[in-house]
Design a protein around this ligand. Structure first.
Ligand code: MSP
Length: 665
């Protein structure tokens, strides 16, 4: 029976703003899955999308559509990116899939029944874009420590997972299994930042977020983020369903690969959940570095860095091919560390390795085979010292290659393959086949040299199969080897599998060489065009009947009818008192008079206004908004503000004096 190998990417948030950094994790996983298959293992490669949460709920409602209507095209888009990049997953899980939802409900109930989950009340600083709660001490300058955006203090009834009781167990896990969390630097990060201070219990349900898996025994709660997301690794295999055959076969995972920012969830919360469920733990969690777009020059703003770089994966694949992008991602970024993408670094890498080195070796060799032997070579019987040097490098490659790949180091594995390719180019210069060709008596030697080159090309090409998935078929077909089985490394451990006799065809332009200056100009045009298209898209909004209407440039929301608008009650409110909300840097509590009525409103404007600036002001206010609790205070309406691109706000006051309680329409 084949050895199994189960590998996963994180499930991706469906977002319309994809850049090549997002593709990094999945392309590595795909290369590793292909590599393991070539080692003859029974591989299962999982990816998918993480579709619940407040962010999606909010974005969909801003667009006036349901969360599913919002998500579906984005998921299709993600799948089309994977297809453009030749990502060959075995399963794509969506957290909105029925089987996943049911399994999550079972898992939650199981944990509750075991006493691992209990009901209490949560209060914390919440960052909506990051879907994370933070404690006072974790905030950075009062803002989200991850993204730097404002947070709001929220309190509500919640279920909690007893994460705190797992502190010592996780520490022991790291001690007993040094391979569990890689690279090593991440272990210290987890210990120093989270385990040493002691873990706190984890909020695992929300009542304020409707877009989530309902808790089956208390349906005003939805399961909150991480139990839902992390459990995908087992629900995808049928855990919690009637058919657990895949789970029985593939769990535990051999590798969870992800970017370093979500290591905490995979190396602390996930093993704790699994321990609580009495399930085996994954063998390895690996947190890779980030791809930084546009370099890291501090003098440039983020926008400036990205502005001139082509970052849309589909555009890159369209222009340069899937192999080029896959090769760059797998070769350029030192594994485990951050790496930089610029148009220039990308083109340089493709030019130097794929075009000048590999492509050129193939073009030179196949052209000579055609020219001197009509495309057909015979297997030689003799070797010279210089041949042996090339041959032993080729035969020694397997150990070096597998040792790099087994530690997930694709850049090192590729660098070993390219050492062989460079050696072969040098071998051409040393053996000078064009001089041998001038002397009839050297014909056999010429055949040997070209055979050695073709065999080296074949070997290098088989090693490239997990990385550049398109060109191996082209090259092996050109060598007349179409239909031969190169699905394992069996034929490349020894030199000489190539028997000769097959017709070899010339491959002259496998990877074109790019003029970087010219390409940059073309890229500038492409980016300008894209910007223009985006502006046009914002202007043109499709009507339901298919007709088009022009809107103002800034209309990000769909058209509504006067009936929709009339559902909103807007009135003039007079601020009679105002104070800061205790423990909140952002919130002010306002007492307002609206005609005969007095109300309390909590508003997140303390970062710009003091209470004194507001008392006595007449402001525009939404008065029929469902009341909500903020920091334990019931807010009965919403102050309307204008906000510019820098986040500066201004409230709206009547142009001339008018009584409070007056309607705004
Ligand atoms: N939904 C969560 C994961 C839940 S897993 C149970 C999530 N999704 S994500 O869409 O934000 O990220 C998906 C993957 O893309 C992560 O591994 C993340 O690190 C990776 N990347 C996104 N931008 C990246 C770069 N610029 N560079 C490298 N990888 C980065 O987190």
């Amino acid at each position: 029976m084949k050895e199994k190998y189960y590998i996963t990417t994180p499930i991706y948030y469906p977002s319309g703003n994809w850049h090549i950094g997002h593709c990094y994790t999945t392309v590595i996983c795909d290369a590793m899955a292909r590599y393991q298959k070539m080692l003859n293992k029974d591989v299962f490669f999982l990816t998918g999308t993480d579709e619940h949460g407040q962010k999606i709920e909010k974005k969909a409602s801003e667009k006036g559509i349901t969360p599913m209507e919002f998500i579906n095209p984005l998921v299709d888009d993600i799948k089309s990116i994977w297809s453009a990049l030749d990502v060959n997953y075995d399963k794509f899980i969506r957290t909105t899939d029925d089987y996943h939802v049911k399994a999550i409900q079972k898992i939650f109930k199981q944990l509750y029944d075991k006493g691992e989950i209990y009901k209490s009340e949560y209060s914390g600083w919440y960052c909506t874009p990051c879907e994370s709660f933070w404690t006072d001490t974790q905030l950075k300058d009062g803002k989200c420590p991850d993204c730097g955006r404002p947070v709001s203090l929220e309190k509500e009834e919640s279920y909690f997972f007893r994460l705190s009781k797992y502190t010592d167990k996780i520490l022991k896990l790291y001690q007993d299994n040094p391979e569990f969390l890689q690279p090593k630097s991440r272990v210290n990060e987890m210990i120093n930042n989270f385990l040493k201070p002691g873990l706190s219990d984890l909020c695992v349900s929300r009542t304020s977020i409707k877009w989530g898996v309902p808790v089956s025994f208390d349906n005003k709660h939805t399961v909150y983020v991480w139990i839902d997301a992390l459990s995908n690794y087992i629900t995808a295999l049928g855990y919690g369903s009637d058919d657990t055959s895949l789970f029985d076969k593939y769990w535990p995972a051999d590798l969870h690969l992800m970017g370093k920012e979500i290591i905490r969830f995979h190396a602390i919360i996930w093993p704790a959940i699994l321990m609580a469920l009495d399930l085996p733990l994954p063998k390895q969690v690996y947190g890779h570095g980030w791809l930084l777009i546009g370099g890291d020059k501090l003098s440039k703003s983020k926008e400036e860095k990205v502005k001139n770089e082509l970052t849309d994966p589909k555009q890159i694949v369209d222009r340069y091919g899937c192999d080029a992008l896959r090769y760059f991602l797998l070769r350029e970024i030192p594994f485990g560390s951050d790496g930089v993408y610029t148009n220039e670094s990308f083109l340089n890498r493709i030019n130097s390795d794929l075009s000048n080195s590999y492509g050129n070796l193939i073009a030179r060799t196949t052209a000579m085979v055609e020219k001197y032997f009509g495309g057909v070579l015979q297997k030689p019987t003799q070797r010279e010292d210089i041949d042996n040097e090339l041959i032993s490098l080729a035969e020694g490659l397997f150990n070096k290659f597998t040792s790099a790949m087994d530690s997930l180091n694709a850049p090192d594995a590729l660098s070993e393959v390219f050492k062989l390719i460079s050696r072969a180019n040098k071998y051409i210069d040393e053996t000078t086949p064009w001089i041998l060709a001038k002397d009839e008596s050297k014909s056999e030697r010429l055949g040997t040299v070209l055979y050695n080159l073709i065999e080296t090309i074949r070997i290098a090409t088989v090693y490239l199969k997990p990385f550049t998935t398109k060109c191996p078929d082209i090259v092996l077909t050109a060598l007349g080897l179409n239909g031969k089985d190169f699905n394992t490394f069996d034929t490349v451990k020894k030199f000489g599998y190539f028997n000769g006799g097959e017709k070899i065809t010339v491959v002259s332009n496998l990877f074109p060489r790019y003029d970087i200056q010219k390409e940059q100009e073309e890229i500038d045009k492409l980016l300008a065009q894209k910007k223009e298209n985006k502006m046009e898209e914002n202007k043109e909004v499709k009507k339901p009947d298919g007709g088009e209407v022009k809107l103002h440039d800034h209309s990000a929301k769909p058209e509504i009818s006067i009936d929709d608008f009339s559902k909103i009650e807007l009135k003039i409110a007079l601020v009679t008192a105002c104070e800061k909300v205790e423990k909140s840097k952002k919130l002010l509590k306002l007492t307002v008079k609206i005609g005969d009525e007095t109300r309390t409103v909590v508003s997140g404007i303390a970062f710009q206004y003091t209470p004194e600036q507001l008392v006595g002001k007449k402001l525009a206010m939404v008065t029929n908004l469902k009341p909500c609790k903020l920091c334990g205070i019931v807010s009965e309406g919403m102050i309307v503000c204008a906000e510019n691109n820098e986040g500066k706000i201004a409230f709206l006051t009547p142009e001339s004096d008018i009584e409070d309680g007056s309607q705004i329409f």
